[in-house]
Design a protein around this ligand. Structure first.
Ligand code: NAD
Ligand code: UDP
Length: 322
């Protein structure tokens, strides 16, 4: 617990989402005064329901594309749908969320003097031709494709963060998050880990897009939140960008086979078209996170999947008729 004097007023945008809810839980447990905001596009009240009874937690319905006037010491800017299915549902709103949202939150940081962390993404590297991806790599991004609303929106947000830093001395932290999974992902989120687990648990075929040889690196949520909080607490001269993710790399087919085996049923694999501009490989170089933050992931894929499968199994059981 933090003493009354160390306790900060912390704003978390996207608080009812997957990562936001885990972050709020950790900040509340440390004794900070936490204000969560969300427009509930992909987030759910149930993700933060267990925090609502705490006197140091408060939720507000608010869309980050509109200005917000509150007094805070730190801002974690997580608001933005992260699943390709959801961010492509209303691409204009996705860009607005990243760009107008960043401007509004940076404006708030400038006025209040708050430190601000941006949840950026490995997607800013696009379909990378450098492997693994270091922070120096500028990326290979299609500016006009179906993923661009997210990729370019997040790239522009990074630009805004560094310009507010150079122009207005705003204290910034830019974190490039690689694929993260764990309890509280939306069961219909559309991302690969939740899709495969839900399909395996409900006896549906596992949908592999393309031939399944594309790779991703999967970070368990607890590790990711550790990295996020360490970055926020680092000295002001550490602005990032900094990669946070698990460097273990798996093909999507390997992931499917692992999940089927762990769920323990006979779900068959089916192959569907690969979505346009789907990156072929992705793995973070986390040298900077290791040396600057002293951070590295500790949860192996299988350990994290056990906890995630348990969470989704409970959800499925709750839906079953008694
Ligand atoms: P999520 O979809 O579960 O959470 C996003 C939250 O933001 C939701 O609660 C949603 O309702 C809210 N939101 C969306 N638009 C909003 C708006 N205009 N105003 C207010 N709230 C809004 O996704 P997540 O996995 O928790 O991702 C959180 C952040 O981390 C996102 O910014 C995402 O881009 C980034 N990120 C996540 C991953 C990952 O693997 N989970 C990877 C890279 C980056
Ligand atoms: N994918 C898949 N089947 C699914 C969902 C996703 O094969 O049901 C693939 C997707 O094409 C991509 C990878 O899994 O190659 C990761 O997809 P996700 O949407 O989780 O995140 P991305 O890293 O693409 O943003």
């Amino acid at each position: 617990m933090t003493s009354r004097y160390d306790s900060k007023r912390i704003l978390v945008t996207g608080a009812a989402g997957f990562l936001g809810s885990h972050l709020c839980e950790r900040l509340v447990a440390q004794g900070h005064d936490v204000l969560g905001i969300d427009n509930y596009f992909t987030g759910r009240r149930s993700n933060v329901a267990h925090l609502l009874g705490q006197t140091n937690f408060e939720m507000m319905r608010h869309d980050v594309t509109f200005p917000l006037f509150v007094e805070v010491d730190e801002i974690y800017n997580l608001a933005c749908p992260a699943s390709p299915v959801h961010y492509q549902y209303d691409p204009v709103q996705t860009t607005k969320t990243s760009v107008h949202g960043a401007i509004n939150m940076l404006g708030l940081a400038k006025r209040t003097g708050a430190k601000i962390l941006q949840a950026s993404t490995s997607e800013i590297y696009g379909d990378p031709d450098q492997h693994p991806q270091t922070e120096e790599y500028w990326g290979n991004v299609n500016p006009i494709g179906p993923r661009s609303c997210y990729d370019e929106g997040k790239r522009c947000a990074e630009t805004l963060f560094f310009d507010y830093h150079r122009q207005n001395n705003v204290r910034i932290k830019v974190m490039r998050i690689f694929n993260t999974y764990g309890p509280r992902m939306h069961p219909e989120d559309g991302r690969v880990v939740s899709n495969f687990i839900m399909q395996a648990l409900t006896g549906q075929p596992i949908t592999i897009y393309g031939d399944g040889n594309q790779t991703r690196s999967f970070c368990y949520v607890d590790d990711l939140i550790d990295g996020m909080m360490k970055l926020m607490q680092s000295p002001d001269e550490i602005t990032g960008p900094i990669n946070i993710g698990n460097p273990g790399e798996f093909t999507i087919r390997q992931l499917a086979e692992k999940i089927v085996e762990m769920v323990g049923n006979e779900a068959k694999l089916v192959f569907r078209d690969l979505p346009v501009n789907d990156p072929m490989q992705r793995r973070p170089d986390i040298g900077k996170a290791r040396s600057i933050l002293g951070w590295q992931p500790t949860v192996e894929l299988e350990q994290g999947l056990v906890k995630t499968i348990r969470y989704f199994r409970t959800l499925v059981r709750e839906k079953e008729p008694a």
